[in-house]
Design a protein around this ligand. Structure first.
Ligand code: ADP
Length: 362
């Protein structure tokens, strides 16, 4: 086997860049991804012409001399910077094979993981600190003061409830993320899930003077069916309606609009159903819109906390939508309000048999 055919074979097994140099560190072979990374001009060039790192050259020479495998980390000064682990292996009589593996994605995943742990700890720490503070105050004598007890206990309960909500949402998110690769298969009449969520929030909306109005452009005799997990769908509508109430103006209606992606005709069925939750309100600045579905991202942290928010609601919505093969779209106009639109692929559209007709048929 020639060195080039070995490189070709290795390239078929991996997309990562591969280089072969002679013992003087002059390039002899490169695969397609190495050319993509360093450019087409590298043929027969000394390594230090395109990898400007003094230790690197030394390490390669050492492998050429000692015929021992070695590893090193190479940070490529690009924007954003890319980090590679490079394995240097003796190749043939006196050449060296350099196999790159890109650590950039691993590093990003690690950062997401550590940020997540920091966020969770931070979110749990503040209610816990408050609860511990109140317990100590009560133990220091305030327990004998009925007025203080009456004032502290509801705060302690609310703080504990905040932790409980956060943990419930974290568990929901982790379950949804774990299930992402298994699409749900149960046929669910999506209107039922929407109506269930509306009934759950009618009272709270009413308290703020906001009626929740269902505006449907679907023909009444049809029931759209999606392949879904019913409870996850209800949860998604819950989260969106809760936000519409929390961040919307008082005394303004909240609209839940339903329509098909294309008109329903005798010849053609629409492919998707769209459900939009629309509220009047201050709206969201464009630079925040792309980020509000990130875990723990809030436009106004203290406002969200005051409203009992965990910062996980929209992350859950996004993941559930993805798991159902759907999408979440967000549009907002400052000073006017926001619209959150879910788009789900339709499994089928069932024709209702009206109640009285069904009875007379029976
Ligand atoms: P939270 O628990 O903070 O409500 P979410 O993930 O549900 O967390 O939402 C993230 C952020 O997006 C909120 O903190 C808020 O800043 C913004 N947001 C969500 N829904 C709306 C809305 N209907 N109108 C304006 N801002 C919203």
């Amino acid at each position: 086997m020639t060195p080039q055919s070995i490189i070709d074979l290795l390239s078929m097994l991996s997309d990562e860049p591969l280089l072969v140099t002679d013992h003087q560190c002059v390039l002899k072979f490169a695969n397609a991804s190495a050319y993509r990374l360093f450019g087409q001009h590298i043929d027969s060039q000394p390594l230090n012409h395109f990898i400007r790192h003094p230790d690197f050259q030394l390490a390669v020479r050492q492998v050429a001399r000692d015929r021992q495998i070695s590893e090193m980390i190479y940070v490529r000064p690009s924007l954003p910077s890319q980090e590679y682990k490079i394995r240097c292996l003796p190749f043939g009589e006196e050449d060296v094979l350099l196999a790159f593996s890109d650590l950039t994605q691993d590093n990003m995943n690690e950062k997401i993981r550590t940020d997540f742990i920091a966020n969770v700890s931070h979110e749990l720490r503040s209610p816990l600190t408050a609860i511990v503070g109140f317990i100590e105050t009560l133990m220091d004598g305030a327990a004998q003061d009925p007025e203080a007890v009456e004032r502290f206990l509801p705060i302690m309960r609310d703080e504990a409830a905040r932790m409980q909500r956060l943990i419930t949402e974290l568990l929901a998110l982790s379950r949804i993320e774990g299930d992402e690769i298994r699409p749900p298969m149960t046929p669910v009449p999506i209107l039922n899930a929407v109506r269930q969520a509306i009934s759950a929030f009618e009272y709270r909306a009413d308290e703020k003077g906001c009626a929740i109005e269902l505006v449907s452009s679907l023909p009444e005799e049809y029931s759209p069916i999606v392949r879904a997990e019913h409870d996850a769908l209800v949860q998604v509508f819950h989260n969106l309606m809760e936000n519409a109430i929390n961040y919307g103006y008082a005394n303004h209606p909240i609209y839940v609009r339903l329509n098909f992606s294309e008109p329903l005709t005798a010849q053609a069925r629409p492919s998707n159903i769209r459900i939009s939750i629309v509220n009047s309100g201050d709206g969201i600045l464009p630079e925040h819109i792309g980020r509000v579905t990130e875990r723990f991202y809030r436009v106004d942290k203290s406002r969200s906390r005051q409203l009992g928010g965990s910062g996980l609601g929209l992350a859950i919505v996004k993941h559930v939508a993805m798991r159902h093969g759907g999408e979440l779209g967000i549009t907002s106009t400052l000073g006017k309000g926001s619209r959150f639109t879910l788009n789900f692929p339709l499994s089928r559209i069932m024709e209702h048999v009206p109640q009285d007709q069904a009875q007379s048929q029976a």
